[in-house]
Design a protein around this ligand. Sequence first.
Ligand code: ST9
Ligand code: ZN
Ligand code: ZN
Length: 377
Amino acid sequence: MAPNLFGTSAALYLEASQQDVHQEKSTTEKANGQKLLAQKSSTPKSKYEWKIVWRNVIAFIYLHLGSLYGFYLLFNGTKFYTFLWSFMIASMAAVGITAGAHRLWAHRAYKAKWPMRFILMIFQTIAFQNHIYEWVRDHRVHHKFTDTDADPHNAQRGFFFSHMGWLMLRKHPEVVKKGGTVDLNDLEQDPIVVWQRRLYIVLMPLCCFIIPMWVPCYFWDEKPLNSWYTTVLRYTFSLNMTWLVNSAAHIWGMKPYDNTIGPTENKSVAILAFGEGWHNYHHVFPWDYKAAELGNYKMNATTAFIDFFAWLGLAYDMKTVPVEVVMKRAHRTGDGTRYKKPEVIHHHSHEGSKWGWGDTDMQPEEIQDVQIINKSD
Ligand code: ST9
Ligand code: ZN
Ligand code: ZN
């Protein structure tokens, strides 16, 4: 199936037409082994109509136009130090999302002592992608109900929707309904997460906009206008890099570990998103702290960051999956691009999807097969 770059037409999401379009999609997808995904989407739907959130539409238009101007200013007056500073801030924000919100809090792929959790919380606040609790809730729901209506950024609705369109519409009722079944107790027990959620309205503007803009003006006399538009550019760029994991890495790339699911291995996304583009592997083994089969630091900067903090004694109990277990799974359900081509493609059901370590749907052998690095006891 050619990837649907521009999103499915509005009509698809109007109640009356939903059933037909899904059936039509399932016919075209038979040819390339995607039948199962489409069938999953054709289960009876809750009533759903688009409700556009104009505040977000306007904000994203402003951010994207502003970042074009910020890019122009980079070559026309913005100081080099301001660029370097923004690059540093963008890297901190990226790690706050990848090592923090994603691998630590959403998937519990490792544990971190409070100083590391505090640093990651501040970095995650710089990223302004919602507070940790909300980010993790959406992400666990994405893993449990991948590419269905209950997935907040369902990639079946096309590139644009899964990239940023989902942030401009009210959520599908299935997200709220099925999302309510996902356990978030661990987050409610983490005082750093609770504290960030409570103070987010103050912390976020300070960390994402005010301090990053003020530093260049105060320390090297940058013009406020240049500093502001570089900040807008940095934020918009980081958002787009993150969103690529939900869009591009659910459309383009190989599926060596499970050919029956949407997520793919996408090298470009891995480089741009600090090692989060090995997305076929990640959806199969979400509890692996490397979020990839191989610990290649070049295309997985986040793993290097976590290993460094493990060396400092602040990260521990890092879960990973032994190569034999990965191989066995790839033989069984992979597309043959990394390990031998399987003869039969086994159907995969989202009933069995897991959001990460601690999900009660994990099978005893999956728990047993995990290897723990830097174990606490
Ligand atoms: C952003 C997030 O950009 C990006 C996340 C990307 C994730 C990528 C993951 C990939 C891996 C990591 C890669 C990192 C790479 C980094 C590289 C960097 C170089 N379950 O949401 P509301 C219920 S954010 C259960 O308001 P609406 C709940 O009761 C960008 N229940 O829904 C909730 O109430 P409460 C900046 C759920 O009204 C109630 O529904 N931020 C769930 O439909 C209402 O929830 C923005 O743009 C669930 N999952 O509005 C703001 N969800 O919260 C975006 C909801 O009180 N947000 N409920 O418990 C919004 O404006 C709105 O959320 C909305 C939907 C308009 C999108
Ligand atoms: Zn994930
Ligand atoms: Zn995904």
